[in-house]
Design a protein around this ligand. Sequence first.
Ligand code: GDP
Length: 216
Amino acid sequence: MNRARVRARGLYNNMTEKVPPIERLEASFLTSSPDLKHCPQDDCPEVAFAGRSNAGKSSVLNTITNNRKMAKVSKTPGRTQLLNFFDIAQGGRLVDLPGYGYAKAGRAAQAKWQQSVNHYLSNRDNLVGLVLVMDIRHPNQAFDQEILGWAEASQLPAHVLLNKADKLSYSKQQQTLNRFAHSYRTHNYFSAQIFSALKNTGKQDLINKILDWMGP
Ligand code: GDP
């Protein structure tokens, strides 16, 4: 066989051996917890999801798991103020944190939420990353800034989703992403991407990011 054909065969073999991307995280509900003390054992890596209420956190979780029931579990009355844990078949866990700024929650409930979430984020040893969901039309609100500042100080990788991108033109999306990334350019543990739970935009990038954080 001539060299060109050997090279071509090598290339072909490499291509066939290439591992296909994981296109969905297979998640199953594990448990809910009101606080750190009642969390499941910290024996596998966890990626937490946070965001202002209505930014689309549940829709994002449904999208990456291809499972409409997933976030519904977290929205079940009585569970909205809890930390909800999901095992993923590929290994590791996703943790759906209560939505911040839920209009119907009273001040006392909000304060309690903040305390248990802060406590979880600050003390959970197996937490490997935080996905922060924002509405691309209203990014970087006070709570978002606070949590990103805190993640940087704690050396916890934070990945921002500028969700509902379908609501803006492509050039507006890019403009918002660039402006946003520029304001966090000095952060070492920060990344951001465009996302649309409605259109599946950015889904593969997010799954790759999560799997990357979780390690082999
Ligand atoms: P959560 O409160 O953060 O969990 O938000 P939800 O996932 O319940 O979404 C709030 C609203 O935004 C719902 O009406 C969703 O259908 C809508 N929504 C979520 N993601 C998207 C998106 O990417 N594009 C559009 N157009 N609407 C979205």
